[in-house]
Design a protein around this ligand. Structure first.
Ligand code: THU
Length: 234
């Protein structure tokens, strides 16, 4: 994998400017992150936010950020300060080995997997863990919510799963399942609905509620009269 190949995973239909970085954790694991734009521009996930959240969601601590030095990354100063990251200009990332992003989860394992995943959420501010499983053609990608010192810079569990899949080059999404132990009714927030709409507008989504019940919906029903615009894609 070289920078160009990693950058090609970025979802940048509006700016057409792909961006990527790689976070190395304190135990030596590597996490890719790509820029993921949204038709509602402020919901765009910067590459460094994605890579740091993927590292944290894996129970690891970000130690350094590898950049190609070809462009400026949004939110760069925040994440570098938050984790005291060392900045490594790496013209070549060919030697980096990324672990598989997918879990193998059969249908009877979905609920226990979602419950076990809650332990990986970082909810320093809310104490409200959320877990998500994104069922992709190539496998099941997990996500949990991540909170950092700035409330606006964390990501919900659903968006961690989506940004993880995309950063690892998986884009063929089948369905999503999510769970929160504390909520009475597990359901994605408005921002997640907008992001889900961009990547899986007509798919099944399963809510595993705190009371043990399950409800199945279509993502198309989650965001009626949603914001779209043909003019924004350049
Ligand atoms: N949260 C999610 O992870 N998903 C949602 O759809 C709703 C909200 C998280 C974000 C934050 O970490 C905590 O729940 C409280 O808002």
């Amino acid at each position: 994998m070289n920078w160009k190949e990693l950058e090609q995973r970025a979802h940048v239909p509006y700016s057409k400017v792909p961006k990527a970085c790689v976070i190395e954790s304190s135990s030596g694991s590597f996490y890719p992150g790509v820029r993921i734009e949204n038709v509602s521009f402020p919901l765009t996930m910067p590459a460094i936010q994605v890579a740091c959240c993927l590292c944290l969601a894996d129970g690891e601590t970000p130690k350094s950020v590898h950049i190609s030095n070809a462009y400026a990354l949004e939110q760069f100063d925040f994440w570098v300060n938050e984790f005291n990251l060392s900045v490594v200009e790496s013209p070549k990332i060919e030697a980096i080995i990324f672990e598989s992003p997918t879990l193998s989860v059969n249908s009877s394992e979905v609920k226990p997997t979602l419950i076990a995943l809650l332990d990986k959420a970082i909810t320093t501010n809310s104490d409200f863990p959320v877990s998500a499983l994104l069922f992709c053609k190539e496998g099941v990608v997990p996500g949990v919510n991540i909170e950092v010192s700035d409330w606006t810079k964390g990501l919900c569990g659903e968006r961690v799963a989506i940004s993880k899949a995309i950063s690892y080059g998986l884009t063929d999404f089948d369905s999503m399942s999510l769970h929160t132990l504390k909520g009475e009714f597990s359901s994605p927030c408005g921002a997640c609905r907008q992001v889900i709409h961009e990547h899986m507008p007509d798919n099944e989504i399963n809510f595993y509620h705190a009371d043990g019940t399950l409800s199945t919906h279509y993502t198309s029903d989650l965001l009626p009269f949603s914001f779209t615009s043909k003019s924004l894609a350049k």
